[in-house]
Design a protein around this ligand. Structure first.
Ligand SMILES: [Zn+2]
Ligand SMILES: [Zn+2]
Length: 148
């Protein structure tokens, strides 16, 4: 289904802006230490979007990269520090967008459908009893962990 989701960084002037026009392949909660430690958050909410459906529409010159792993390439705004999306070698045709950087009034084109890297969960976090599958790594890397 055709959608148009827009998002960007937190700059008041000349923000980075992006959009995509196809429903995400998946939307997951990520508990990996790479996401949590980079973002300072207890978890990350990620939309996995086809690279061919994604466009930077403004502020591209402000985007910087940091490789938090040799296989993980995270893009952030040089001015406000907002970490918006990342490229992971395991997903050569997709990029991973941090859903909170998508405009709140936009339809992102999907709902959370799984938890990934649950074995890396911070000890103070409790996963809600939401019935979604829980994976020890990427969803493709192992069988779902049985919900307690
Ligand atoms: Zn910015
Ligand atoms: Zn992660």
């Amino acid at each position: 289904m055709a959608i148009l989701a827009r998002g960007g960084c937190r700059c008041d002037s000349n923000p980075v802006r992006f959009e995509y026009n196809k429903e995400p392949a998946e939307v997951h909660f990520c508990l990996c230490t790479d996401c949590t430690d980079t973002c300072g958050g207890a978890l990350a909410l990620i939309a996995v979007v086809e690279r061919s459906a994604f466009t930077i529409t403004a502020g591209e010159e402000k985007i910087r990269n940091i490789d938090t792993k040799p296989t993980c390439h995270r893009r952030y705004c040089a001015d406000c520090g907002c970490h918006m999306f990342l490229y992971v070698d395991a997903f050569p045709d997709h990029l991973l967008i941090h859903v909170p950087t998508i405009d709140r009034d936009t339809d992102i084109g999907g709902e959370p459908d799984r938890w990934v890297f649950v074995n890396s969960k911070h000890p103070m976090v409790t996963i809600p009893d939401d019935g979604l599958p829980r994976h020890p790594g990427w969803a493709a890397s192992g069988d779902p962990v049985q919900a307690a």
